[in-house]
Ligand binder design. Structure first.
Ligand SMILES: [Ca+2]
Ligand SMILES: [Ca+2]
Length: 272
């Protein structure tokens, strides 16, 4: 009896140990399940990390694109500023061009109006070899006479040959009759004593009609030339004496358009 009881007690102890082992195994099994769940969760996180990394790379590329875009925008802004400045310059040039056009038109109009008032047959001058001459019944100094001719688009008459000189004398006679007043022609030696030149700056040349003994530059004060009436020959006299004068002009071509002109105002040497 005691032996059987002892065997039963032994079995009971084994059963208890077995139950304890089973309980331990059950806890291990739960741990394994939790571990498996954790592993699954970590796997998911790993996938998320991969996707996140891909997203970060894409964002980096976008950032580079944005930087390039920003540079392009800055460059375009600079271009825009340049275009604005260019546009302003073009506008200024256009305004200048318009002003110049208006000025040119005004000058052309003025020239046209002046050409109508220039010496021409319609204003009482007489044609000779395509040049119009007019004898004025006014007495004035050489400079004022030259200025008056210039104001009419011409110059004092410049008889460069005997025929023209004769024409001037006949014209003068037709206007002044038996007047004893000399008349200025556009000849002088104001620039260099003894070196006579026409008002357009050209030299006297080979033709002249000096009166005998002239030019004499008497008292060193005779630098301007008249046609001396009694003999209708040339004489140098003081430029400041009032005389009649004859102007010449080419109709439709103001004197200031001549390329060889000298403005009719040469540098005048001063007399002491
Ligand atoms: Ca002289
Ligand atoms: Ca003289």
């Amino acid at each position: 009896m005691s032996t059987a009881l002892y065997a039963l007690k032994c079995d009971q102890d084994d059963m208890r140990q077995l139950s304890t082992t089973v309980d331990a195994l059950k806890r291990d099994q739960d741990d394994m399940r939790q571990l498996s769940t954790t592993v699954d969760a970590l796997k998911c996180d790993h996938d998320d990390m991969r996707q996140l990394s891909t997203t970060v790379d894409a964002l980096k590329r976008d950032q580079d694109d944005m930087r390039q875009l920003s540079s392009t925008v800055d460059a375009l802004k600079c271009d825009h500023d340049d275009m604005r400045q260019l546009s302003t310059t073009v506008d200024t040039l256009k305004r200048d061009l318009d002003k110049e056009r208006n000025r040119t038109a005004a000058l052309e109009q003025r020239l046209h109006e002046m050409s109508k008032t220039l010496l021409s047959p319609s204003t009482g001058c007489t044609m000779w070899r395509e040049v119009c001459y007019k004898a004025f019944n006014i007495r004035t100094t050489f400079s004022d006479a030259a200025a008056a001719c210039r104001a009419d688009g011409g110059t004092l008459a410049m008889p460069r040959d005997a025929e023209t000189n004769a024409f001037l004398i006949s014209l003068y006679k037709s206007v002044h009759g038996r007047s004893q007043v000399e008349f200025w022609i556009g000849l002088h030696d104001r620039r260099r004593e003894g070196s006579f030149e026409w008002l357009d700056g050209s030299a006297l040349g080979t033709y002249n009609s000096w009166r005998s003994g002239e030019p004499n530059n008497a008292w060193d004060e005779k630098d301007c030339v008249v046609v001396w009436v009694p003999s209708f020959s040339w004489n140098d006299i003081p430029c400041g004496t009032p005389q009649h004068y004859i102007c010449q002009a080419v109709p439709g071509r103001p004197y200031w358009q001549d390329s060889h002109r000298n403005n009719g105002s040469p540098t005048i040497r001063s007399k002491t």
